[in-house]
Design a protein around this ligand. Structure first.
Ligand SMILES: [Zn+2]
Length: 298
């Protein structure tokens, strides 16, 4: 059985998960996993944590993000063959729900790649993980590889959800993994202590659609229970507009003399009531607090 047949068997025998990449940071609850084919050997794996992307073709295997240890093991079991290494594990950023399974991948992955800031944050935020969990290949602006007839490019666009997020493009498949630069219909987590910046996140969401075909398929780090973890460029525009509205609301309230706490108490963001808050880490008040801090520094 070759890799592709193995994957198709796995896909057919695993039930689709009802929740999209939940829980965000926790490992609790029953592990339900699924593989889903997208285009041209590129697909996603849903388990516990940020959506895993993968490329499997006759020349190699590349995996994007590693969720937590249990989910990573299910992914490795489903995607790998004992006689073949996984050529590359790529981390979109350092958060534990994207790198918590790195140690599981390490023995079967030839290299772990991440942006240099992501590697630095991972060492700082998870100092006990052990050397094997950290990326051994880092880059500042762009990293690319050819795998068979597929070109994979990871690009850094500046601070966004952290200061180490990359966007990964499968050029021939026309698929783009956004990592946590997209929380689909969730209030996004803006990790300011890890260098996040809303204003520059907006610029990235404006730039990325223009760098890809109009019919590119995007993979998202997380989606609400009723939203997909894949979609088209309109979802990038939607989140860009969400952030613009959040900055605008905050600027208006600051000009009216409102305090940070008062501004963070806003119950909704007009036009974006479809964004949900499944737990406190993902909340409108969190976004508005960061917006306040950013605008205060201008
Ligand atoms: Zn994250």
């Amino acid at each position: 059985m070759n890799r592709r047949q193995f994957l198709q068997t796995s896909t057919a025998t695993l039930m689709a998960t009802a929740v999209q990449g939940f829980p965000l940071l926790g490992w609790q609850g029953q592990l339900v996993t699924s593989f889903e084919d997208l285009r041209r050997g590129v697909g996603i794996f849903n388990g516990q944590g940020g959506t895993i992307g993968w490329l499997v073709n006759d020349d190699g295997i590349l995996v994007i993000d590693s969720q937590n240890a249990a989910a990573a093991q299910a992914c490795v079991d489903g995607i790998g063959e004992s006689t073949h290494m996984i050529d590359v594990l790529l981390n979109t950023h350092h958060h534990g729900d994207h790198t918590g399974g790195n140690q599981i991948f390490r023995p079967v992955a030839a290299t772990i790649v991440a942006h240099e800031n992501s590697a630095r944050w991972q060492r700082q935020s998870a100092p006990d993980q052990g050397e094997e969990a950290y990326p051994d290949t880092t880059f500042a602006d762009e990293w690319r590889t050819m795998m068979g007839d597929e070109t994979v490019v990871a690009r850094y666009h500046g601070a966004g959800h952290t200061s180490g997020d990359v966007v990964v493009t499968f050029e021939q498949a026309n698929v783009v993994h956004m990592g946590d630069l997209i929380f689909n219909r969730l209030h996004p987590f803006v990790d300011r202590p890890s260098g996040a910046r809303i204003s520059s996140w907006i610029e990235t969401l404006e730039r990325v659609p223009g760098e890809h075909e109009a019919d590119a398929l995007y993979i998202f780090g997380h989606g609400s229970p009723t939203a997909s973890v894949t979609g088209d460029r309109s979802e990038l525009v939607h989140l860009r507009d969400y952030f613009s509205a959040a900055l605008e609301l905050t600027r208006r309230e600051m000009q009216a003399g409102r305090s940070r706490d008062e501004i963070m108490g806003a119950e909704s963001l007009a036009g974006f009531e479809d964004h949900v808050s499944p737990f406190p880490l993902l909340s409108l008040s969190g976004v508005l607090g960061v917006a306040y801090d950013e605008l205060s520094k201008e």
